[in-house]
Design a protein around this ligand. Structure first.
Ligand code: PGA
Length: 259
């Protein structure tokens, strides 16, 4: 996986049994045999991770998890550690998804702790950040993103992380069918890039910022062309293989055309 190829990442959320995941992965790999310019990451439920990891072939598809605990081990009933994810075949882990922040009450402090232990375990984080609709309407988008990045970037700088993936996911665009407009995405990605690279200059060439929030085959073509978009984090539209493949193809075609 190159440090700067575009990415199409799937966030399956709480969908698919291990068996369903395996059929998906087998079908997907056949359908994208000709794809070479896009990194495809599948962030699957814990129960599917180990089950499918032995079936991943080649270099295009990689596996990720959607959350983890910050501790390496301990009395944390129901939790999964970074080491367990790594040993189950995950390379990536989504941290700070808005559903974790808003439904499960994850704070920036907890997310920073998770960032630290993910890096320690050799996992690469996909950090999700994004504002709610009322925050955007009040003109607080940059303030919110700065707050969400603050503690995490201290960790990233201290740990010398050389590869960071950030997903900008406006909360109001997740699962709603309403995606952010190209102008909103362009402006916000540029703000995020400057916030991060001014704090961690090492990431200048290696930072990939994905857009997430109602990405579909119908808008992927337009959104991948937006300045500063290095790929997508796709929820709902990643659950069906053919739909997801159409999004991967939109990214590949843009990259092939010199994007
Ligand atoms: P969506 O979800 O594509 O269904 O809007 C994106 C996400 O939550 O990562």
């Amino acid at each position: 996986m190159s440090k700067k190829s575009p990415v199409t990442a799937a966030n399956w959320k709480m969908f698919k049994t291990p068996q369903e995941s395996l059929s998906y992965v087998k079908e997907l790999q056949i359908k994208i045999l000709d794809i070479g310019q896009v990194d495809v990451i599948l962030c699957v439920p814990f129960t599917s991770l180990f089950y499918i990891s032995g079936f991943i072939e080649g270099e295009v598809v990689e596996l990720g998890a959607q959350n983890m605990h910050w501790a390496q081990e301990g009395a944390y009933t129901g939790a999964i550690s970074p080491g367990m994810l790594k040993a189950s075949g995950a390379k990536w882990v989504i941290l700070g998804h808005s559903e974790r922040r808003h439904i499960f009450g994850e704070t920036d402090e907890k997310i920073a702790k998770k960032m630290q232990s993910a890096i320690r375990a050799g996992l690469y984080p996909i950090l999700c950040i994004g504002e709610t609709i009322s925050e955007r309407k009040q003109g607080k988008t940059v303030e919110v993103l700065t707050r969400q990045l603050d503690l995490v970037l201290e960790v990233v700088a201290k740990k010398n992380l050389d590869q960071l993936m950030v997903a900008y996911e406006p909360v109001w665009a997740i699962g709603t069918g309403v995606n952010a407009t190209p102008d909103q995405i362009k402006e916000t990605h540029s703000d995020i890039r400057s916030l991060i690279t001014s704090f961690v200059p090492l990431l200048e060439d290696r930072l990939r910022i994905l857009y997430g929030g109602s990405v579909k085959p119908d808008n992927a073509d337009e959104l991948i062309r937006v300045d500063g978009v290095d790929g997508f984090l796709v929820g709902g539209a990643s659950l069906d293989v053919d739909t997801f493949v159409r999004i991967i193809r939109a990214v590949e075609e843009y990259e092939m055309s010199g994007g």
